[in-house]
Design a protein around this ligand. Structure first.
Ligand code: ADP
Length: 611
């Protein structure tokens, strides 16, 4: 009793610990999932930004590369422009991104178009939408840097001034330009090829920044129309970034020196931009001729309020003034293929938690199975002990009878032949009981070890039933029981081990006699069960309690009531009957009511069916 408490406590403790671990694992998974979700969001943001920056850099390089000496426009001297164009083509991965140039000179009546064959701007036919662009450019309040419909970049060219030579001005529309820009010489329009952007640059960038294919990438134009998608987004994107963004913050190429013409590469760098451009701190130094004093100053201002003049005073003479739109007209959207990063993290969390819970259930299941099996083994061991004691008990009575009968014979107490015959039949009867018991135990042992061989042959059920009832004749007579035997007409021959089936029926009959509670009614029947033949033995004896009914076919099991009532037995008979029924492809059933009687039925399959 004490042992079982300890076991219950130990098992309960282990299950409690496992449940605690499951709870901890849940918490840990949630925290890890949250951290991973944030990391993925940061990564998606950074990848989207880098993706957009790559395109922005490409576009910005195409724009700012063409700041040439304003005087060259007046002189129609295209040498510097050609040199810059060649320089750009040599440095870009997409030389056909620019499909042409148009220059609207302030003083010339007709626009000029760049002729690549001769390397010069000439008066020529201009695409009609670009002519209309000139009208848009006439309104200085609305001049933009990038015109999406025309797919063109616009670079106003101003007269040079001594103090500032390159000017990049960013302004929000609300803020007026603080600098008085030098007078405008004209406007250079750089025509871009949209197909190169959508057909080559964007797919290349999608492959470069999202190589694992775990994100959908889509780019929408200024009017919300799709311009590129490797896979259509489904709902809100996880990260977005502005494209064709020409704000100074994004002009990394200035820092990298790509703007400077190759001629100045060896010269002392006089533009220093803080590595983190976002800090909006720029340092400019001006260096005079050899020996002259140096002047260095810093311009620091709040983000988004920057008017910056960056210059290479000695070498550059061009002036560019422009308003840059705060964000690009195109928007990049990226979305995890699971629908969103949040959905993906939730799925991952669920997946790992299900695995964790599965392992938990497996462990708890294993523990419960081990405990149940230990309990079963314990019960089984107890039953074996009961079996040994009840078998010894069973053996003791016949042995005692045999012993005293034979002693009387040996001592010559029985001197007339009638007495000798009585003792003889007593010894014979008890000897038979002993051999039946031994036979049953051997059969059980044989069945358990799988050594028992069955000899199947087509047999008449009628014969088997009658043989079994006949074999039980002595015990039936002893109790004065009249058997009501019934065999239905037309039962087919079955493939049987007649000896085994007869032994099974004898077992059932002798149980009905043993547990008959003085009743002298017994019915043995063979009937057609539709697909099977039903052999049944029915009595009006003590009946079986529902709790016991679950166990009576287990070896060594005996109902507590019959043990207490000291009805002899070893608990093997029904286990053997079940074994025999199953060896024939059949099964055994019991219907019983305590105090009313029991009916055991062996169902044997008819040829061509299975029970
Ligand atoms: P044994 O009869 O030797 O105890 P069995 O395996 O034949 O072993 O039966 C197992 C138990 O099933 C019996 O101990 C008894 O409790 C119950 N039992 C079997 N047959 C009957 C019956 N006809 N009526 C009431 N109880 C029965």
């Amino acid at each position: 009793m004490r042992g079982s408490w300890v076991t219950t406590f130990a098992v309960g403790g282990v299950i409690l610990l496992l449940t605690l671990f499951l709870g901890l694992q849940y918490n840990w998974l949630r925290q890890a999932g949250e951290a991973e979700r944030e990391r993925m969001h940061r990564r998606a943001d950074a990848d989207a930004r880098n993706f957009a920056d790559d395109l922005n850099r490409e576009v910005q390089a195409a724009l700012f590369n063409f700041q040439t000496d304003p005087a060259s426009w007046a002189r129609s001297d295209w040498a510097e422009f050609n040199e810059r164009y060649a320089y750009w083509k040599g440095n870009t991965q997409y030389p056909d991104l620019i499909r042409g140039f148009v220059f609207f000179g302030k003083d010339s009546a007709r626009p000029l178009r760049y002729d690549a064959a001769i390397g010069a701007f000439t008066v020529a036919e201009i695409p009609s939408n670009i002519i209309s662009l000139e009208l848009k450019l006439k309104d200085p309040a609305n001049v933009k840097t990038f015109y999406e419909d025309e797919f063109a970049l616009v670079l106003p060219v101003h007269k040079p001034e001594r103090a500032v030579e390159n000017i990049l001005i960013r302004r929000s529309a609300a803020e007026p330009v603080k600098f008085d820009l030098p007078a405008k010489i004209g406007i250079l329009v750089i025509l871009l090829d949209k197909d190169v952007v959508t057909g080559r640059i964007l797919p290349d960038l999608a492959r470069k920044h999202f190589p694992e294919g775990d994100f959908r990438v889509s780019v929408t134009g200024g009017k919300g129309e799709g311009v590129f998608a490797n896979s259509a987004l489904n709902g809100e994107p996880d990260a977005t970034a502005a494209m064709f963004d020409l704000t100074p913050d994004k002009m990394m190429f200035i820092r990298q020196g790509a703007l400077r013409s190759p001629k100045q590469a060896g010269e002392k760098q006089d533009i220093v931009i803080n590595q983190r451009i976002e800090s909006q701190t720029f340092t400019r130094s001006e260096t005079g001729p050899e020996g002259e004093k140096k002047q260095t100053f810093t311009v620091t201002s709040q983000p988004r309020k920057v008017d910056v003049a960056i210059g290479e005073p000695k070498s550059r003479t061009s002036v560019v003034g422009m308003k840059l739109q705060p964000d690009g007209p195109w928007t990049l959207g990226v979305q995890h293929i699971a629908g969103s990063i949040d959905a993906f993290s939730a799925n991952e969390f669920r997946k790992y938690f299900v695995i964790g819970s599965g392992i938990y259930l497996l462990l708890v299941g294993a523990i419960v199975a081990i405990v149940l099996s230990a309990m079963r083994s314990k019960r089984f061991a107890q039953r074996q002990i009961d079996f040994v004691s009840s078998v010894s008990h069973e053996f003791r009575t016949p042995l005692a009878v045999i012993y005293s009968a034979s002693e009387n014979l040996a001592d010559g107490i029985a001197n007339d032949s009638e007495q000798v015959a009585r003792y003889g039949s007593l010894i014979k009867g008890e000897g038979r009981k002993l051999s039946v018991m031994v036979e049953q135990i051997l059969q059980f042992a044989g069945a358990r070890s799988g050594k028992r061989k069955y000899n199947f042959a087509p047999a008449d059920v009628n014969d088997v039933v009658l043989a079994a009832v006949g074999a039980c004749g002595p015990i039936l007579e002893e109790k004065g029981i009249q058997v009501d035997a019934f065999v239905a007409d037309g039962l087919p021959k079955l493939n049987l081990d007649t000896e085994a089936i007869s032994a099974a029926l004898q077992n059932l009959i002798s149980n009905s006699v043993k547990y008959g509670n003085g009743s002298n009614w017994l019915r043995v029947a063979a009937e057609n069960g539709g697909g099977s033949v039903k052999l049944s033995v029915e009595d009006r004896g003590i009946g079986i309690a529902a709790d016991d009914m679950k166990h009576i076919f287990e070896p060594f099991y005996r109902a507590r009531g019959v043990v207490d009532a000291q009805i002899h037995g070893n608990g093997l008979g029904l286990a053997l009957v079940k074994e025999i029924a199953e060896a024939h492809g059949g099964k055994i059933r019991v219907d019983s009511k305590i105090g009313k009687g029991s009916k055991f039925t062996i169902e044997l399959p008819m040829p061509g069916t299975s029970a």
